[in-house]
Design a binder for this molecule. Structure first.
Ligand code: NAG
Ligand code: NAG
Ligand code: NAG
Ligand code: NAG
Ligand code: NAG
Length: 355
């Protein structure tokens, strides 16, 4: 009782009341500021014309006309009986020429990510390259990306990191990876297009795969590779794959990303996909061919894309260290896309090589 009265007494004195109000004001300002900052990221990165732009992309560029495809009464494409080997007889495209990249919880790009984006813009030449993110990008390589030829095709789009699927939390130790696994399927389900991991290097145009309901690499005796996914938004495999998350296992890195959908979906219904073999470089043997093998006659140009497995090798690549790296395929690949404005001067090169 006594203590309570003391506190009340304190508040009755004017100085303390003013202090109390000030504290409330400061806390309020911080909370409001944080909320407004979050909202400003969303507003800035959300282009109003985005959906218009996406719809306009679907009507040109050798895309199949509405009348060339079968539809359900609700307007979805009916892919039953679709030929996973030839696509539609006239070879028209069903997948819009949009590249989707996901970048959750990282506001900076790495040197290699910049090189990969350069390879996409030049070697694939998309109508749009959408960077889906919950961050506001900054940093040296983001500046460099904005000067790449073809940057006018790049859009930054706000995307919240999925927190759960079928009520199961995606915040475990692999949460950042698993939420991207889920988000990439949902993005194709929403827009259609081509999903690429951050460290996927495009060697040549992926247009030939745009004829198919859904294309991915699934090599012999292996699980599917989910680093490169090409699909129509009504592709039948997507809901079946998402359904396997009812048996989500948060403690296994690649269970729902590749192991379970291979076993539970593809092995039973291989007709749902166009099966790509040894063209997307999703096999871990890439690590040997790219980084360790100094036989540079390896025919990397025969791949359409190559997943660089950048996290599995120890070297930090950048615009100066790449010149010190042994002569390997990765070095050739990087130097093809090192922008002029990042190239070291001859003086700097001499210093790098003398180190
Ligand atoms: C449209 O109908 C088909 C067939 O019933 C169904 O599989 C599909 O999920 C429906 N699409 C949408 C967007 O509701
Ligand atoms: C996930 O996989 C591990 C290892 O196989 C197993 O011990 C665990 O029970 C699984 N968890 C769930 C939720 O299935
Ligand atoms: C097409 O589907 C069949 C099953 O109907 C499957 O055996 C074959 O591998 C698929 N072809 C391609 C190119 O994906
Ligand atoms: C290839 O690399 C190994 C070590 O990585 C080195 O010992 C060897 O000399 C290299 N060969 C050539 C031809 O550069
Ligand atoms: C490039 O990477 C090397 C390590 O490989 C590092 O020591 C150096 O500071 C980096 N330089 C730049 C410009 O980031």
């Amino acid at each position: 009782m006594k203590r309570k009265r003391n506190i009340l007494d304190l508040f009755r004195t004017r100085g303390c009341l003013v202090l109390f109000l000030l504290v409330i004001l400061v806390i309020g300002t911080i909370i409001t500021g944080t909320i407004m900052y979050q909202m400003s990221i969303q507003k800035k990165t959300f282009s109003k014309n985005f959906h218009l732009e996406i719809n306009s992309i679907s009507v040109d560029d050798n895309m199949c006309a509405y009348s060339q495809m079968a539809h359900f009464p609700n307007g979805s494409v009916d892919f039953r009986g679709f030929n996973n080997y030839t696509g539609y007889p006239n070879g028209c495209y069903v997948v819009p020429n949009i590249i989707h990249i996901i970048k959750f919880n990282e506001f900076e790009f790495t040197f290699i990510q910049m090189i990969c984006i350069a390879s996409i813009l030049t070697n694939h030449n998309p109508r749009l390259l959408i960077l889906h993110t919950n961050m506001e990008f900054k940093g040296k390589y983001w500046e460099a990306i904005q000067r790449l030829p073809g940057f006018d095709k790049v859009r930054v789009q706000y995307l919240a990191k999925p927190r759960s699927i079928f009520g199961l939390s995606l915040n475990g130790k692999y949460g950042i990876w698993h939420s991207s696994d889920v988000a990439r399927l949902r993005l194709i389900h929403t827009y259609g297009g081509i999903y690429l991991d951050n460290d996927v290097y495009v060697v040549q145009s992926l247009d030939r795969y745009r004829r198919f309901e859904f294309a991915l690499e699934w090599n012999y005796h292996m699980n599917l590779g989910n680093q490169i996914l090409i699909g129509h938004r009504d592709a039948r495999v997507i809901p079946l794959w998402l359904d396997t998350y009812k048996e989500y296992n948060a403690s296994l890195w690649y269970y729902n990303g590749g192991v379970l959908p291979t076993k539970a979906v593809l092995e039973h219904k291989p007709e749902l996909i166009h099966r790509v073999r040894d063209k997307f470089g999703t096999d871990t043997q890439m690590i040997f061919y790219l980084y360790l093998n100094n036989d540079t006659s390896w025919q990397w140009q025969e791949y359409d894309v190559i997943h660089l497995f950048i996290r599995y090798q120890g070297f930090e690549f950048n615009e100066s260290s790449v010149f010190r790296y042994p002569h390997t395929v990765i070095k050739d690949m990087i130097l093809r896309f090192l922008p002029d404005y990042m190239f070291p001067t001859s003086e700097e090169l001499r210093r790098i090589n003398n180190r």
